[in-house]
Write a protein that binds this ligand. Sequence first.
Ligand code: SF4
Length: 408
Amino acid sequence: MPRLESTTRMQALMAEAFRECDAAAWDPGRRVAWCSSVGPVELLRALGFAIFFPENHAAMLGASRAATDLIPAASAEGYSPDVCSYMTSDIGAFRHGVTALSRVDPSITAVPRPDVLVYDTNQCRDVLDWFSFYGRQWGVPVIGVSAPRGVGEVTDDLVASVAAQIRGLVSPLESIAGRRLDAGRLREAVAVSRDTSILWRRVLSTGEARPSPLTFFDTCVHMGPAVVLRGDPRSAAYYEGLLAELEGRIARGEAAVVGERVRLYWEGMPIWGRLRDVSDLLARLGACVAGSTYCSSWVFDTLDPDAPFESMASAALELFITRTDAVKERILAAEARRYSVDGIVFHDAKTCPNNSNCRYGMPGRLAAGPGVPSVVVHSDLNDLRLHSDEGVRLALEGFVEQCTEASP
Ligand code: SF4
């Protein structure tokens, strides 16, 4: 599979971001905030915090296959092997005194020590437990938003209630940052996030082309700046370049999967420790995973600089992961049509029930209603003790064959 030329630029940008965060942690004049992936990042940017994203760090531990060996250290402290393996591998890394950041730059020897940890429970409770571990460890505040889950319609009342919680963070964050919130800087950060989101959505939408110029596995890697540099103008600049490269591929008819004959959609978490293996397996079968719910989770294009708190609240409430099954089914059926896929791969990630949507009959309902076939692969995001290469291979080979036979 041809490598995207933008990859080198993306790696350099991510390394720059990690080095900046590390430098901020050593600088007595700077403040560091840890933030959950869909927390109120723009508010933190406007207050001048250097921001670290533990979920990104945990994904790096998973992708480097270090996670599985680290988890037992968290289990020894009472964190069940059944709870989020992002959390347990990250805590395990901390206990072992190692960080995935060292692989990017050996001069970084530890995760940046936070002055505050900021969460949003719209995705799960695990982020709060995870951040609370570090809050106790360093004696620093853990504050955030307790957002509802299982959201059907995103009503004005819900938005107002979450917006009020985000507003409630301003005063404690100002005290920690040692500066007042500047409304202009907040508007600017929200505008940059929105512009980045629009570009990231356009990048993802190139997967609608036949053949697709990119795969889900590419987007798992290239989503880094959308997560780590959300609200930072460098991320928008990066996606302009990536988009141009992908549009060039489409114009030339270049496929991410040479000989693409089956198109799939990925639902759920990546299997970080087998990203390359699953990608290569599907490529050999001529199957392109053209889209995913996971990588679409960093699209916040309804952010509005003129209504920063309300639009941050609605962006968090509208996320796929926070919604009811009925809404998720409508979204998946629409995504299957949009990407013209032959079927959906549901990943049942054993330690993330929050982002595994195949456990309550959804695959059957999608087959019976809109007629979207699917397969379930059983694995995990980071804990490879819960993964079987053979099991995943057999499930995917069988499903691709089924899709091929069903193709006109
Ligand atoms: S959504 Fe899943 S993977 Fe993400 S922090 Fe929560 S439990 Fe972990």
